[in-house]
Design a protein around this ligand. Structure first.
Ligand SMILES: Cc1cc2nc3c(=O)[nH]c(=O)nc-3n(C[C@H](O)[C@H](O)[C@H](O)COP(=O)(O)OP(=O)(O)OC[C@H]3O[C@@H](n4cnc5c(N)ncnc54)[C@H](O)[C@@H]3O)c2cc1C
Length: 375
């Protein structure tokens, strides 16, 4: 049986970030991945690097992750196509302005300066092509985006260069606690280590079930669209205060459109079917804010499976019931930006027993506590 210090279930960005940080601290790490790294959420997402409008509990992690992305080359040896062009959350009326001003005031009261209200004049300096009805925006100047698959490949390559073994096509089917540590049984072989991390994304609840732990995770499939290439016209990433939108022009001229519209997902066979009426709604939102794009062609659409938690916050936690088991899942469609810091936190939890970042809000017990409180 193959031995390691840590076995990671799932070779997406979370698994690869954990693998890299543990290897940097001298750990022998095995990653088991049932499909291939980046096949699911980590390779197909919108690549948004967004501190803007984060849940307050996530802000310290997001701020720490932002500093890592700004110098990502020194961590992974590649730039992951990071572009820190700013993100805007656009207001279209006075109700939107009130909402964004309240948000800005909340952040100021918490001592953060990275989200700033900007005037209509400043908004049109940053995005001159916006439809003329917008009234202002909330702005995070050092947000931006990266290329998800490039980032995933960079994390994985650096981890492998430091000795991490990826076992691709290996699905963890069962976990057993033995005196020598945890055994992870896959179809082809078994692996043993004192520590196992559950980075199984949309399948994380199944890994929890193998351990006798239940979590209130739901799986959904956010959709994306990409257009033909057009001449550069937009620098910052655009979101909206009261519409579902994530919109950016990539370095190659294509327009990437997201905003958490969901495809149909069938849990029985894990198949997905695009919801074209919602994609049309998404396209209409873009045209409302950028009418000149009406004739641009969409060339491709897709969706990816993601794990959502009831409170939209991830689980980043040691298992309370199974010593040696750690969880990092449930990123609820905003985990890409956090990924570099998640590896750091998990390495700290495993090797130091604690992380200096505040992670109490992400403990797995929060759901069982809620059940007890409301019982
Ligand atoms: C369409 C879309 C757009 C998004 N846009 C953004 C964005 O702009 N910004 C942002 O911050 N976040 C975004 N996200 C969220 C982000 O992509 C995810 O939060 C993040 O990638 C989760 O990474 P992960 O490693 O946990 O999951 P995954 O990448 O899904 O990796 C989990 C891996 O575990 C493997 N696995 C599962 N079970 C087993 C098992 N039993 N044995 C072996 N392997 C197993 C799976 O095959 C999978 O490869 C988006 C997500 C989607 C779907």
């Amino acid at each position: 049986m193959k031995q390691a210090d840590v076995i990671i279930i799932g070779g997406g960005l979370m698994g690869s970030s954990c693998a890299l940080q543990l290897a940097m601290r001298g750990q022998r790490v095995i990653v088991v991945e049932k499909d291939h790294p980046g096949r699911h959420a980590s390779g197909v997402n919108a690549g948004g690097l967004r501190k803007l409008n984060r849940h307050p509990a996530e802000i310290p992690l997001s701020v720490a992750a932002s500093a890592i992305w700004a110098d990502i080359h020194s961590l992974v040896g590649q730039d992951c196509d990071v572009k820190l062009c700013g993100q805007l959350r656009v207001a279209e009326n006075s109700a939107d302005m009130d909402k964004l001003e309240q948000r800005a005031a909340l952040l100021q009261s918490m001592g953060y300066q990275h989200e700033q209200m900007i005037s209509r004049k400043r908004l049109y300096e940053l995005a001159p092509v916006l439809a003329p009805h917008c009234t202002g925006a909330l702005y995070c100047a050092d947000d931006g985006y990266a290329r998800p698959y490039h980032a995933l490949t960079a994390f994985r390559s650096k981890a492998e260069a430091l000795g991490v073994e990826y076992h691709i096509g290996e699905q963890a089917n069962a976990l057993d606690k033995k005196s020598a540590g945890w055994q992870v049984h896959c179809a082809q072989q078994s692996y043993q280590a004192p520590v196992v991390i559950n980075c199984a994304g949309a399948w994380a609840a199944q890994v929890c079930e193998m351990l006798g732990e239940t979590v209130a995770l739901t799986v959904a499939a956010p959709m994306m669209m990409v257009s033909e290439r057009i001449a550069p016209f937009l620098n910052p990433v655009i979101g909206a205060a009261s519409r579902k939108l994530s919109f950016k022009q990539m370095q190659n001229g294509t327009l990437l459109i997201g905003g958490a519209h969901l495809a149909h997902y069938n849990p029985c066979d894990q198949s997905t079917r695009m919801d074209f009426s919602k994609l049309a709604e998404s396209a209409r939102t873009v045209c409302a804010l950028f009418p000149q794009l009406r004739d641009v062609k969409i060339v491709r659409s897709w969706c990816g499976l993601e794990a959502f938690m009831p409170d939209q916050l991830p689980v980043i936690s040691a298992s309370p019931d199974n010593p040696g088991i750690f969880h990092a899942f449930g990123f609820s469609a905003h985990g890409f930006q956090l990924s570099p810091v998640i590896g750091q936190i998990m390495a700290q939890l495993i090797l130091d027993g604690h992380s200096p970042l505040p992670i109490e809000a992400f403990c797995i017990q929060r759901f069982s506590q809620t059940r007890q409180d409301t019982a």
